[in-house]
Design a protein around this ligand. Structure first.
Ligand code: BMA
Length: 374
């Protein structure tokens, strides 16, 4: 009996204490996930074998030269099709503000999320959450004590739970016409392998990061009863699968894995970018093979799109190196000249975006159907 118990303990330590655990492959981590959330995850997994969905951040909220303008959408207006994935950011919801850090009103965001759901698309959320210790932005890396203080026992733990309460209320307010919770992808504490956010690896220990992640999942899942979330863990740069998995919070806490990668604006930027993103993709696919988690390129783009054939010549060959669920182009800012990643009508790359989405393996919302059904 003692020996059996001892062995069980060993197995438990191996499975739960080692960072990542072995779960049913491609099964959603939340066994209480809503029916539609389970369906969504299952369908996304299946779809990834047929093609890669294309996404755009804030696609319905604003674009180059406009803000809150009816049904406008740069991506659709340039390419003729809506993206399949729509990204939103929760930054400043923790402060109880009416609008996020990029001025998207949360009431409108709720409305956009429902519009996306009604057209059969997918919503994904990032969270540029303020630094809870200093009260500065997510980019404030002046202290390495932030994560420690957010964890149980820390000086900012209570405050942080009120921030999570606000995230929970928002997610619980995303409902369909039938009153069902709209399934979403949540991708907090992203680009953790960088050194520019308070949760990055330069700012906290491995255990602190994993504890922050698990605390967030457990709080929303168990305390707040949120079961409409697909959890997405996404890195910045990395050079090996060991590095990718170093801070991985465990199979019971993650459903999707990914990375953010951008092409910079220099002469040899395209070659550099292709080299780096190719390696990122190949390692990501290896990790997906081991963990059974669904891979995605969670943020990507070439700022200002200087190469007018960028979508078909650079991105197209890359996304089909394996079964990648989606790639999300970053936002088309309306107040920062040149800060845009999707073509808009009249831009030199608009025609190319159109050819890109005509490709069979690039999935736009009109090419996916019944994503929330069995
Ligand atoms: C960054 C930039 C910022 C923006 C932030 C959050 O990559 O686009 O302008 O505030 O994302 O959306």
């Amino acid at each position: 009996m003692k020996r059996i118990f001892g062995n069980m303990l060993l197995i438990a330590v191996f499975l739960f204490g080692s960072g990542y655990t072995v779960n049913g492959k491609n099964k959603i981590s939340d066994s209480h996930a809503t029916r539609q959330t389970k369906n969504l995850f299952h369908n996304m997994t299946k779809l990834s074998k047929q093609g890669t969905m294309i996404g755009h951040q804030d696609a319905l909220a604003y674009g180059v030269g406009w803000f809150e303008d009816g049904n406008r959408c740069d991506f659709r207006d340039a390419s003729g099709r809506y993206p399949a994935v729509f990204g939103w950011d929760l930054g400043h919801i923790e402060l109880d503000k009416n609008a996020n850090l990029d001025s998207v009103k949360f009431d409108l965001m709720r409305h956009y999320v429902k519009r996306v759901y009604d057209m059969g698309g997918i919503n994904t959320f990032s969270w540029h959450v303020q630094n809870p210790l200093t009260g500065e932005s997510a980019w404030d890396v002046s202290s390495k004590d932030v994560v420690r203080n957010v964890l149980p026992g820390g000086t900012k733990h209570k405050l942080y739970l009120t921030w999570l309460d606000r995230v929970a209320s928002f997610f619980l307010s995303l409902k369909s016409d039938d009153g069902e919770l709209i399934p979403i992808i949540f991708r907090p504490y992203h680009e953790l392998s960088g050194n520019w956010f308070w949760w990055c690896e330069s700012q906290c220990s491995i255990n602190e990061y994993i504890a922050l992640w698990r605390m967030t999942v457990d709080y929303l899942r168990i305390e707040k009863g949120l079961h409409n979330i697909i959890w997405s863990y996404s890195m910045a740069g990395y050079v090996s699968s060991e590095e990718f998995l170093e801070r991985y919070p465990g199979d019971k806490y993650v459903d999707m894995i990914g990375f953010d990668c951008y092409q910079r604006k220099s002469v040899d930027a395209q070659d550099q970018f292709t080299k780096i993103i190719t390696s990122n993709i190949d390692i990501l696919l290896q990790v997906a093979g081991v963990t059974g988690k669904l891979p995605a390129i969670t943020e990507v783009g070439s700022e200002g799109i200087c190469n007018k054939e960028w979508y078909t010549t650079v991105m197209l060959p890359l996304v089909r190196r394996g079964a990648i669920s989606y790639m999300l182009l970053w936002r088309n800012a309306y107040t920062i000249p040149g800060h845009f990643y999707a073509a808009y009508p009249g831009h030199q790359s608009a025609e190319n975006l159109r050819s890109f989405v005509e490709n069979q393996v690039i999935l736009t919302v009109d090419k996916i159907s019944n994503i929330y059904s069995k």
